[in-house]
Design a protein around this ligand. Structure first.
Ligand SMILES: *Cc1c(COP(=O)(O)O)cnc(C)c1O
Length: 399
C-alpha cells in the first residue's frame, strides 16, 4: 500500500474488505501490472478499435474463445451480447434498439437464475429491448420448460453462474446448451465472478461474460468472449446502446495486463496465504461462547475458502448482523460478507486483504465479542429496521 492513504485526505473511511469482490467497496485490489499499463496509455492517443483488436487474441488465449473484447462491466456485456443476437450485424437495427420491432426479441432464462447482483439480471436483458421469458420455478426446471419456451421469436438464452442462484433442481449448463443448440438458440453465460476462464465455453456457451474487476484484479470492466461472429455482433453495439457502456483505452489495456498477469500469478501461494488468514481467524474465534467458526468451500467451486462465523446470540450476547454492524462502525471499519446474516452467520472472505490486515480483523473480532459478552443484555436490533436504514441512507444521498 502507498505510504499516504488517499482515502484519508478525502475524508473517506479506510475500510478493510473481508466481504469479497464488491462493487460497492471498489471491487478488488488492482494488480500492479494493470496499474502500470493504465498509467502508460493514459497520456497517449490510440485507435480504439485497433486496441480492441489487440485485446481479442489475449482473451482468446486465456478463454479458448475465438474472439473477445472489453466493455464497461459484465452487466453491460449481458445487455450487449443479447442485443447482438437480436440485431446481428444490421447497423440500422443496432441504432434502433431498444426498439426491437421486426426482430427476434425473446430471451430464455431459468427462474432460479433471476437474481440481483446489485441490480436485477432480467433488467440487463430488458435494457437491450429484449423480453425475458422466465422458465420453470424458483427451485425446479427441466428441459421441457426450455423446449416449450423456444419459438420463432427466441433470440437467445441466458445462463447465470453465481453463488446467488439456486444451486439445485435446475438444468445444468451442458444440458441447457444442448437443448438450446438443438433448436438453433445461442447461449450467453454470465460468469462474472468465476475464476475458470475456459469451462463455460467448453460446456457449451456461445458467449461468456466475466467481470474484469473481480478475481482478475483489473480495472472496472467486462470481458466478452466467444464465437467470433457473435462477439463481433456484440462489439458492433458500441454504435448503439453500447455507447453509454463504453470503456476507455486505460480499461482495455488494464484488463489485458490483468489477464496476462493471471497466467503467471502464483495461485498456489495466494491460496496458502489465504488459508493462513482463515486459520488465524478460526483460532481467534474457537472456544468463544456461542461462536462456531467453520471453513467453507466456495459454493460455485472457485478455488477460494471462506470462514463462516456461526453465532448463537443467547451465548455470544449479540446477533450476527449486530456484530457485522459493530465491525463496520469501528476504526478501522471492517466490512464482512453478511448477505445471509438473518440466519445468524456471516462470512469472512480472505481474497481482498493487504498483508497485515488479517491481524486487525482478528483483534477487532475479539474486541467486539468481548464487549458483547460483558454486556448484560443481548444485542439484537430489528432486522427490518436495519434494512430500512440501508435504503433510507441511499435515498438521502448525497445529503
Ligand atoms: C458481479 C456480478 C455481475 C455484475 O458484474 P459487473 O461487472 O459488476 O457488472 C453479474 N453477474 C454476476 C453473477 C455477478 O456476480
Amino acid at each position: 500500500m502507498p505510504d499516504r492513504d488517499i482515502r484519508e485526505a478525502l475524508g473517506l473511511r479506510p475500510v478493510i474488505n473481508v466481504s469479497g469482490t464488491m462493487t460497492s467497496l471498489g471491487a478488488s485490489i488492482v494488480v500492479p501490472e494493470a496499474i502500470a499499463a493504465m498509467t502508460g496509455i493514459l497520456p497517449q492517443f490510440v485507435e480504439i478499435n485497433d486496441l480492441q483488436r489487440k485485446v481479442s487474441p489475449v482473451i482468446a488465449r486465456l478463454t479458448g474463445a475465438e474472439a473477445g473484447f472489453i466493455t464497461a462491466s459484465c452487466s453491460a456485456g449481458i445487455s450487449l451480447a443479447i442485443a447482438g443476437t437480436m440485431t446481428g450485424s444490421d447497423l440500422a437495427a443496432i441504432e434502433r434498439l431498444p426498439d426491437t420491432t421486426g426482430l427476434k426479441n425473446e430471451v430464455i432464462l431459468q427462474m432460479g437464475h433471476v437474481v440481483s447482483y446489485g441490480a436485477p439480471v432480467d433488467q440487463a436483458i430488458r435494457l437491450a429491448g429484449a423480453k425475458p421469458v422466465i422458465v420453470g420455478q424458483a427451485t425446479s426446471a427441466y428441459r421441457y420448460h426450455i423446449e416449450g419456451a423456444i419459438n420463432e421469436r427466441t433470440a437467445c438464452a441466458v445462463y447465470v453462474v453465481s453463488h446467488h442462484v439456486v444451486q439445485y433442481g435446475l438444468v445444468g449448463l451442458r444440458e441447457f446448451a444442448e437443448v438450446c443448440h438443438s433448436k438453433g438458440v445461442p447461449v450467453i453465460v454470465d460468469a462474472a465472478s468465476e475464476y475458470d476462464l475456459r469451462i463455460f465455453l467448453d460446456e457449451g456457451a456461445d458467449i461468456v461474460l466475466y467481470s474484469g474487476h473481480k478475481f482478475l484484479g483489473g480495472p472496472t470492466s467486462g470481458i466478452v468472449a466467444g464465437k467470433k461472429e457473435m462477439v463481433r455482433n456484440t462489439f458492433l453495439q458500441n454504435l448503439g446502446i453500447g455507447r453509454g457502456m463504453k470503456v476507455g483505452k486505460e480499461s482495455m489495456l488494464g484488463v489485458m495486463a490483468a489477464l496476462q498477469a493471471w497466467e503467471t500469478r502464483d495461485h498456489a501461494g495466494i491460496r496458502e496465504r489465504e488459508t493462513g488468514y482463515l486459520n488465524l481467524w478460526r483460532e481467534t474465534l474457537d472456544g468463544r461462547p456461542g461462536i462456531k467458526p467453520v471453513i467453507e468451500a466456495d459454493p460455485t467451486n472457485n478455488p477460494l475458502d471462506r470462514l463462516r462465523v456461526n453465532i448463537d446470540p443467547q451465548e455470544a450476547h449479540i446477533t450476527a448482523w449486530d456484530l457485522a454492524d459493530a465491525l463496520a462502525r469501528g476504526a478501522p471499519p471492517i466490512i464482512v460478507r453478511d448477505h445471509e446474516a438473518e440466519h445468524n452467520y456471516f462470512y469472512l472472505d480472505p481474497c481482498n486483504l493487504h498483508p497485515g490486515q488479517e491481524k486487525i480483523v482478528a483483534s477487532r473480532l475479539a474486541e467486539e465479542l468481548d464487549k458483547a459478552r460483558a454486556s448484560n443484555e443481548i444485542i439484537a436490533t430489528s432486522l427490518a429496521e436495519r434494512n430500512a436504514r440501508r435504503f433510507a441512507g441511499l435515498l438521502r444521498w448525497p445529503d
